[in-house]
Ligand binder design. Structure first.
Ligand code: NAI
Length: 719
């Protein structure tokens, strides 16, 4: 009798093992489940009557992977190797069973789930929309550790398996069948029946293209021939390595270990390949990169259970926001419309400027047309989405909108006026959200009739791509308003953090201190390219000066001036930015910024900049570490201050906001995780070192000092 595996034996001696993790929504291959699986195999081996075995699930998914909490507890390379070996050996036992085995997959088969299936003789899946397979370990800084890097390449070839292993993406059942990962797709009702048939069939034990698909025969023969000879494999390796270099910039060791596991393992026996995989897995599981990525996984999971849920449920039950009104059809407004339409919302979009409205319509059409071209959606879905959008020069009909989001120019008076207009003609449960990037929400709500219904929904640009939504609440915002806003954000696929109102909220504030310091470095004569290079070497996707050009020098200047008014002690006049803004340079948008632009393409740094700032001699003697420290520690210190001042309710939000909204390197886990990784003492020492030269803006905040003195960390449970 097992707690995890429910066993049924049919009259024709086929054993079906249903995986059903007790008291959990999903099946994970934790220690106990695996131990019981091992015992189950003992039983199968010792029962000569059994003629075939089916592994399937009682949950809505097959198996979603290993138990991440257990992975997190691994402290040494040896423990990591052992954990991987333990599972690998069990799957090898499954593969070596004398009877045919079948994985019958409905829902997701991820990580260890897919590895279990790969060890089976056959894989059959439901053709349900939700059914998908994948090896997402790379997203946690790991490689598949139970045969994924060995069996998948042997089954479907190097190129296709590398695509899956290096991206970690989920592959739909349909594509997985095309790839050769799955043997058959059937309607869900026929899944077990089909599995029963396969469980009686032996398969010739030969890996790799045993079942070539006639439709792809020529292509597959070519790929097969290439991958079967060593020179061909070298070409595949070089291409993959180049792609990894470009994508990771050397910051993610797991991608390189994945290449090692796949290519070296390919030339070994399966058993030796599995051993190699376990060794590499063990080396990765203790890396900082993996710890940081697992931390982010926990952080984003924790956001889903937000504390406002009950307030929303009490008022609306399960009713979701259906009709959205957007005021301001500029770049942001159109983006917000797109992500809402994507989730079948009805959207009213209003802007008095005809050109804005037609540009927004084009933005929407282009966005969904691209999805049609990429076969993500069908043409009729494009038509349906467009039919859900009602553009207008006025706000007539906005009384039907449960959620109104304004995205007009960044102008307090204008935003207040828009709010007053909405209040005159509104839905009985309306919420007024502003997409301001820096104006305190309480100022916008200062004259509101119902300030409890005013909230900030700070989207990031481009809305369609950026994964973060920062929800900003004032002292007066009602909990049901927050609940509904958070749930809307989650529904449209964003990572949603809730922060307290204040100058720049959390993200704009932390970013301002970071960018301000980059501008200070520039004013000290440090060349543009050195500043950008230092921070991209640290792991930011673009350097801070490039970022200012992208955001707009005028916008940056406007925000920094607002921040300076709020924090005059710590942000002085941005010396490196003000004269540039005054000179009319706006960055990429007017083809005149810190960099040169031609036809929208970024060139080299513009030498004229130094003269405008008044620098006669460049200062390239500043070390890369000092450049990093100056910008990064401003970012980190300000983030911790936001926690100190309760702008952030917990460090998780700060890390998610920085990584998903501001490009903080994921392999550092966010500013709070960064402090834990290098220790608060180290951060304080590095900041104190800069004080004599650069002044009190480098004084560490009280929390950092306390944490350094007491040797504390933000996430003691992750240590
Ligand atoms: P934008 O300049 O592209 O669009 C603003 C739109 O507002 C224009 O189409 C304009 O015609 C319209 N508008 C002006 N007065 C109006 C009125 N009375 N009624 C309706 N529409 C009116 O600006 P963008 O970039 O879309 O920014 C909009 C808001 O989003 C600003 O508050 C900005 O700070 C904020 N934001 C911008 C981000 C960005 O990266 N662009 C990022 C996050 C927030």
């Amino acid at each position: 009798m097992s707690d995890y595996w429910i066993i049924e034996k049919s009259t024709d001696n086929i054993l079906t093992a249903y995986f059903d993790t007790p008291e959990k929504e999903v099946n994970t291959l934790g220690e106990k489940a695996v131990r019981e699986l091992d015992r189950l195999i003992d039983k199968i081996q010792s029962d000569p009557k059994i003629e075939g075995v089916i592994f399937t699930s009682k949950k809505k998914d097959f198996v979603v992977g290993a138990d991440i909490d257990e992975i997190n507890k691994i402290k040494t390379v040896e423990q990591g190797v052992e954990a991987s070996k333990a599972l690998s050996e069990i799957f090898l036992r499954i593969e070596n069973l004398k009877v045919p085995t079948v994985a019958a997959i409905h829902g997701q088969a991820l990580g260890g789930g897919l590895e279990l299936a790969l060890a089976c003789t056959w894989r059959v899946a439901s053709n349900d929309k939700r059914t998908a397979v994948g090896l997402p370990e790379i997203q946690l800084g790991l490689i598949p550790g139970a045969g994924g890097t060995q069996r998948l390449p042997r089954l479907i070839g190097l190129e296709k398996s590398l695509d899956m292993i290096l991206s970690g993406r989920r592959v739909s059942a349909k594509s997985a069948e095309k790839y050769g990962v799955l043997d058959a797709l059937v309607p869900q009702q026929q899944l077990l029946k089909q599995a029963q048939i396969l469980a009686k069939k032996k398969r010739p034990k030969e890996w790799f293209y045993t079942d070539l698909k006639p439709s792809n025969l020529a292509k597959e023969l070519f790929t097969g021939a290439k991958e079967k000879n060593i020179l061909g494999r070298r070409v595949v390796y070089r291409t993959a390595k180049k792609m990894v270099d470009e994508k990771t910039k050397g910051h993610y060791p797991a991608s390189y270990k994945a290449l090692d596991a796949v290519f070296e393992g390919y030339d070994l026996s399966l058993v030796k390949g599995l051993e190699l995989e376990s060794q590499l897995f063990g080396q990765l599981v203790v890396t900082r990169e993996s710890k940081s990525l697992i931390h982010l996984f926990h952080a984003t999971t924790s956001l889903k259970k937000h504390k406002y849920k009950a307030a929303g449920k009490e008022k609306f039950g399960n009713h979701k926001v259906e009709t959205i009104g957007i005021i301001g059809a500029g770049f942001m407004g159109a983006g917000i419309a797109n992500v809402s339409l994507e989730k079948d919302k009805v959207v009213r979009l209003s802007d008095p400027n005809k050109e804005s409205v037609s540009r927004a319509l084009k933005q929407t059409r282009d966005y969904f047309k691209k999805q049609v071209d990429r076969r993500k959606i069908k043409s009729f879905e494009l038509q349906k989405r467009l039919a859900h959008l009602s553009p207008s020069l006025t706000t007539s009909g906005f009384s039907k909108c449960e959620l109104v989001i304004e995205a007009v120019f960044e102008d307090l008076k204008l935003k207040q006026r828009i709010l007053a207009d909405v209040e005159k003609n509104c839905h009985e449960d309306y919420i007024f959200a502003t997409n301001t990037s820096a104006i305190p929400i309480s100022k916008i709500a200062a004259h509101a009739k119902n300030p409890e219904r005013v909230i900030g929904l700070h989207f990031f640009s481009p809305v369609e791509k950026m994964p973060l939504l920062e929800v900003v609440v004032t002292d007066k915002t009602a909990d049901w308003v927050t609940a509904r806003s958070v749930e809307f954000g989650q529904e449209i696929g964003k990572q949603v953090i809730v922060v307290k109102d204040g100058p720049g909220f959390y993200t704009t504030r932390a970013l301002s201190f970071y960018l301000n310091e980059a501008a200070n470095l520039l004013a000290d004569g440090v060349p543009i390219e050195l500043i950008d290079q230092a921070l991209t070497d640290f792991g930011f996707p673009v350097g801070p000066i490039t970022l200012i050009d992208e955001v707009g020098i005028d916008v940056g200047m406007h925000v920094l001036t607002t921040m300076q008014e709020s924090f005059p002690d710590r942000i002085g006049t941005p010396r490196g930015l003000a004269p540039i803004a005054d000179s009319g340079r706006m960055g990429r948008k007017n083809n005149k910024g810190f960099y040169t632009y031609s036809n929208g393409k970024k060139g080299s740094p513009d030498e004229a900049i130094y003269e405008i700032i008044g620098i006669s001699k460049k200062n390239d003697a500043v070390s890369e570490q000092e450049i990093i420290d100056r910008c990064l520690l401003q970012f980190v210190n300000e983030s911790v201050r936001c926690l100190e001042e309760s702008v952030l309710t917990n460090p998780y939000d700060g890390d998610v906001g920085a990584v998903f909204g501001l490009g903080f390197p994921p392999f550092w886990g966010g500013p709070f995780k960064y402090v834990d990784l290098v220790t608060a003492r180290d951060v304080v020492e590095r900041m104190n070192k800069l004080v004599p030269k650069l002044g009190k803006r480098f004084k560490p905040c009280d929390t950092l000092i306390k944490y350094a003195e007491q040797n504390k960390s933000f996430y003691p449970e992750e240590q």
